[in-house]
Design a binder for this molecule. Structure first.
Ligand code: SF4
Ligand code: MG
Length: 330
């Protein structure tokens, strides 16, 4: 059979007064049951917009899916009738966001908010929804769940609020959980705890997960594969070990070199020079060429299509092989 979730050549534009921003330019990726894919990139690379397209929450007027398919169990969510889409989105595919505080309603107790999903979408009675809400709060390891079910969002720490969000997302037993920068707003210790929780849940519940992040440092222990996005495209796609061992795209290499390493003292961290492109005027040839330390004339002239490097890994770089070998030699 096919994949659980598959994006095929997705294109999304933002139509603004200043012009058309091409935010997603032919993204394809897939996810199988129980698997975790990390989608990595700077802000504006299109990683969140891709997720919003999957969830059908691109409704901000100027956003427009120009072409492509989003297949869930082989059915294209973009062309299914609204009713069927609603069955999938929020139920089979759930999403958590960076900012738990603004995603939760401040005037209702958290237990009521978790229960609301169960009452509305699973038709549970108030008593059953309450019981299930406590179970879910236990599942995400909120201490004293039964006592805290009546507390309001502001009575929880940032980390505990993110756990509440995760509990809500899990309420309808999703097959896919999309986590968009789930730890960015939290301090480092709490970040690690939330990532551990997500890794545990994914194993216990055999969920597939799309983990969206700008931080290559947080994905190592959690993801199976990584898709690196730049200017609305996937520029490198590989299993986690291959990427850490030897990135095959200069952008990925730059991201890796900007993570502090525990085993190297007094290191100078490099950062990628320059800024992501204006999506209304994406550079010619390779969109990364103005920032790339490996740039050659061909990069300015010719768009680099995916090169397949073995083990199914791909890199959209004219010099993928050389970059990978250079990474190994380092
Ligand atoms: Fe750099 Fe050229 Fe590769 Fe683009 S194609 S990433 S500019 S080396
Ligand atoms: Mg984002």
């Amino acid at each position: 059979g096919g994949h659980l979730l598959e994006l095929r050549d997705l294109h999304v534009e933002f139509r603004t007064n200043e012009g058309v921003a091409r935010v997603i330019n032919g993204v394809s990726y897939h996810l199988d049951a129980g698997e975790t894919l990390a989608v990595l990139g700077e802000s504006g690379s299109g990683k969140s917009v891709t997720a919003q397209a999957i969830m059908g929450i691109l409704d901000t007027p100027p956003a427009f899916v120009r072409s492509g398919q989003i297949l869930y169990k082989g059915e294209d969510l973009l062309t299914r009738p609204e009713e069927q889409r609603r069955q999938v989105r929020g139920k089979e595919i759930a999403m958590i966001f960076q900012d738990a505080l603004s995603a939760l309603n401040p005037v209702f107790p958290v237990g009521w908010q978790i229960g609301e999903t169960l009452r509305q979408r699973a038709g549970m009675s108030r008593a059953d929804a309450r019981r299930r809400a406590i179970e879910l709060m236990d599942l995400v390891k909120i201490p004293g769940a039964a006592k805290r079910i009546g507390d309001y969002p502001h009575q929880f720490s940032g980390g505990m609020r993110q756990r509440v969000m995760i509990a809500m997302a899990l309420a309808l037993d999703p097959k896919v959980l999309i986590a968009d920068e789930p730890t960015t707003a939290l301090d480092v210790t709490v970040q690690a705890q939330i990532m551990d929780l997500l890794a545990d849940l994914r194993r216990e519940l055999n969920m597939a997960m799309i983990l969206i992040t700008h931080d290559l440092g947080v994905v190592a222990g959690v993801a199976d594969r990584i898709a690196v996005m730049y200017a609305g495209r996937i520029v490198e796609h590989a299993d986690v070990r291959s990427i850490y061992k030897a990135p095959a795209h200069p952008y990925t290499k730059g991201l890796l070199e900007s993570i502090p390493r525990l085993d190297v003292r007094g290191q100078e961290l490099s950062t990628i020079k320059g800024l992501p492109p204006n999506l209304m005027r994406i550079p010619s040839g390779c969109p990364f060429h103005p920032r790339c330390p490996y740039v050659q004339q061909v990069c300015v002239d010719e768009f680099p299509h995916d090169l397949v490097l073995g083990d199914g890994r791909t890199s959209a770089c004219h010099f993928a092989q050389e970059v990978r070998d250079d990474s190994v030699a380092r």
